[in-house]
Design a protein around this ligand. Sequence first.
Ligand code: NAD
Length: 277
Amino acid sequence: MIALVLLGAEGRMGKAVGEAAAEAGDIRIRLGVDRGADVGAGAGKNPGSTRGFAVYAQDGSGERTEIRDGELGRVLEAGDVVVDFSSPDGTREAAIACAACSVPLVSGTTGLTSVQSQAIEAASRQVAVLRAANFSLGVLALRRVLIAALRSAPREWDVEIVERHHRNKADSPSGTALLLAREAARERGWTEAALRFGREGRIGARPNEEIGVHAVRGGSWVGDHEILLAGAGEWIELRHVAQDRGAFARGALSAARFVTGAGPGLYTLDHLLNPSP
Ligand code: NAD
């Protein structure tokens, strides 16, 4: 049985991972940690506050303890693996703490700055870290189909990406849209400068060396990514729609199983599905 510590346990993805673990049988959530957790009136150092940085056992006891930032390492150490769906700051803190206490990390948080990404890379020199902007196997398939489509369609066809997410999503464009756009640019032999985030005003004709990325926000979309390959008078649409967060949560649990048996390194879903011999 793999003991998992879940960072961001009270968020949308944290709850989905909890549900997927309950169904999995071989993984149990040892501790949940959430900065915005309900710790009860008067808990900890801040009487009257009901929200805090809490850690709690998810074994049904319901007991919650408020912790301070410096104590995260001690908490994460309680697991065989840490799964993080929190915030970019949370990811950075988790990466530093996991490296210090030799616990592997699975991180799905998106919108990281280069400093936060560097913390992940530094941690991967000490422990196994699997990071994915999207844990759905369907998106992994979409990425492969995209490369095949780019190789098959005429090279001058335009590439545009439209993503739709729920109204509360913090980052834009989605990490998945960025990943798709970067992979398409790499396949065409272009640099990151080819990525164009939205358009406004008298922009004139579209340059050939450009990949448009557009973010729609509203309602409760879980995750919808559409890639358009547009030629004169015709186009191809490639689209993946996540109907619920279970698809991401099950992928994250597969990643947790993988990293508990892996040596230090920075892994992706591709390593999980196609481990090198
Ligand atoms: P959410 O806002 O519902 O949940 C985040 C939770 O993390 C909140 O409860 C918050 O209190 C907590 N948190 C924030 N900072 C923390 C910290 N430093 N320590 C502990 N807890 C902290 O968000 P969500 O929809 O669950 O998404 C979380 C992240 O996962 C986002 O970056 C999102 O883009 C990403 N995401 C990734 C995938 C994937 O497959 N990789 C899928 C969906 C969402």
